[in-house]
Design a protein around this ligand. Sequence first.
Ligand SMILES: [Mn+2]
Length: 352
Amino acid sequence: MTAPVTIPEYQTLSVPIDHESAVAYASGLARERAADYQLSGGLIEQAAVVASELASNIYKHAAGGFLLLGPAAPGAGLHIWALDTGPGMADLQQCLVDGYSTTGTLGAGLGAVRRMATDAAIWSRPAQGTVISARLHAGRGGPATLPGIDAAAFCLAADLGRDLSGDDMVPGDAYAFAEPPAGATLLVVDGLGHGPDAAAAASAAVTAFGAQADQPLPGLLTYLHRALRGTRGAAATVLRIHPDRIDSCGVGNISGVILRAGRPGQQLVGQPGTLGVRIPAPQVRPYQLRAGDTLVLFSDGITSHWWREADGEVLYQPPGTLLGYLAGWHRCRHDDATAVALRPTRLRHAAD
Ligand SMILES: [Mn+2]
């Protein structure tokens, strides 16, 4: 018997729906995680029903797929993704209406998902597959943090096979949000390599970030660098969200891209270096992020320049379905994979 593994709060769990028993397993796991993420009573049961409907959908109608379960970051709540590589759905709006179904129970299941989730969205392409993103938030109207910004995130551990000890399934990546008076701040970190030593470096960065997130970004990155001495080291980017721009400061291979009007606009530029080992004098770079733009930060467990292969339509997707697409179609399974997407939903700066 292996020792129970402590799941970091930022970790997203992946459940392959490859057998009928996976439906009950996914539902039970959603119930557990919903409690971990401060959902209460009725919402815990609703999370279990949503996971059960989505998983049984995949089992009955898709050639193969999986559920992702993680925090509805930032803030309290559960984010469930259903990803399948089946034929896709011809008419999405119809599929979200109870009673409509192309193949038996599909429509009814999705209607229940839409009613029970705080928000639910679907992206589907014939012959490619389907992403369903469903979030259950503790409060009405979504997360209390990051007002005016739709945000989503996942952090998946490398999938190295079934024979590993539990520790190897802890991600060597991490992300964290903080809301200091200086402005909402985000960390994405990738501990070198994968496995327990990478996880220790990533976790040390999250702890240090929580303690000093109110610092100016160069000071914050330098603090993280010192906190990671003695660890294996990490790549990391810290972002601060201002009303009229986003400031970014990072070392190593955390990538970022801003999608504007369905096209990849700017890519975020970092500096060479490794936190905990050697970093240059940190530089802050400002970027414009307008209402409707989407900023995606991601570790190297997501294929670089994924937007070049993406169907143009997917680049317009909101953070939930966009990240589901990345996790389903652009993830390198042998490495930990983290992505965070931010989209301002209203104008935050009158002059812009
Ligand atoms: Mn990596």
